[in-house]
Design a protein around this ligand. Structure first.
Ligand SMILES: Nc1ncnc2c1ncn2[C@@H]1O[C@H](COP(=O)(O)OP(=O)(O)OP(=O)(O)O)[C@@H](O)[C@H]1O
Length: 264
């Protein structure tokens, strides 16, 4: 991808109410391809709601989301599905399906009438390798452990090779080795030009990989910018109500340890 093909996914003054709750209140922010962006915030802050609006899954009450200036809701569904891959939070698998078939569903937006192509097969194999699920390919997806299922569902999204990957807590349920593997894959595809937008709860992983951070609180953007600007005692205290210790292991591994609840 060259600078001229850079894409921007932008939320402009987005508000969303869910069941009478104000999930988002006038959120404006923008994301770029080629970067890892991380949404942070306490439970109920609006992170999943923002991903749902960015992906076109939910329609804001007011405001809008644009992809390169075009409203995501006006994109043809198939075009949107090709360009934006969404991994929702803790998705369920509702039917008996083997892992290989489930991952191959990620290619559906690309399928023509001729059935599976070599390109499809290659994308599926790459995605299964990247998430370390090849050895599970004949297993029934519903019988997998939580972490195995999470990796298979990420493989399905990766198989679609979207220009944008929006993932809601992609590290939840993963063991530390697979957390590191998945983070490395996500950073790698960002370097290749994909726009990666992640919801994370782990502040240390966010500090390690984020090019851009949006900190949400009560449906609003409390702070956004580089990890150095946002992963800072003041905004973290205000958003989460905690004091935290910020440190470094070597030159490249920042960490954040929540210490105690902040009491005024
Ligand atoms: N289906 C729904 N019906 C009613 N209210 C909802 C629904 N989904 C979310 N909400 C509310 O909208 C607000 C934002 O929820 P959202 O799931 O976006 O938060 P979040 O930041 O992703 O939280 P978490 O970290 O717990 O996943 C919360 O107050 C939540 O209770």
């Amino acid at each position: 991808m060259t600078a001229s093909t850079r894409e921007i996914l932008a939320a402009s003054n987005v508000s969303l109410a869910l069941g009478g709750n104000a999930a988002l209140r006038g959120v404006s922010t923008r994301f770029e391809t080629g970067k890892v962006s991380v949404l942070l915030g306490p439970n109920g802050a609006g992170k999943s709601s923002l991903l749902a609006c960015l992906s076109g899954l939910r329609c804001p009450e007011s405001g809008f989301v644009t992809l390169n200036g075009e409203n995501v809701l006006t994109l043809a569904r198939r075009d949107r599905a090709r360009r934006i891959g969404l991994l929702p939070q803790a998705p369920e698998i509702h039917w008996d399906i083997d892992v290989m078939t489930l991952v191959s569903l990620g290619r559906l937006p690309h399928r023509g009438r001729g059935g599976e192509t070599n390109e499809d097969r290659e994308a599926i194999a790459q995605a299964m390798l990247a998430t370390d699920v090849a050895k599970l390919s004949t297993r029934t997806a519903r019988q997998l452990s939580g972490g195995e299922r999470a990796r298979v569902l990420l493989a399905r999204v990766l198989a679609g090779k979207p220009q944008w990957l929006l993932a809601d807590e992609p590290l939840a349920n993963l063991d530390p080795a697979h957390q590191l593997d998945v983070l490395e894959q996500l950073c790698r595809i960002a370097r290749q030009g994909v726009g990666v937008v992640l919801v994370l709860h782990d502040l240390s992983f966010a500090a390690r990989i984020a090019d851009f951070v949006v900190l949400l609180h009560e449906g609003q953007v409390l702070s956004s910018g580089s990890r150095h600007q946002v992963l800072h005692p003041e905004p973290i205290r205000e958003a989460f109500g905690i004091d935290a210790h910020f440190g470094m292991v070597g030159d490249a591994n920042p960490y954040v340890v929540p210490l105690r609840r902040y009491r005024k």
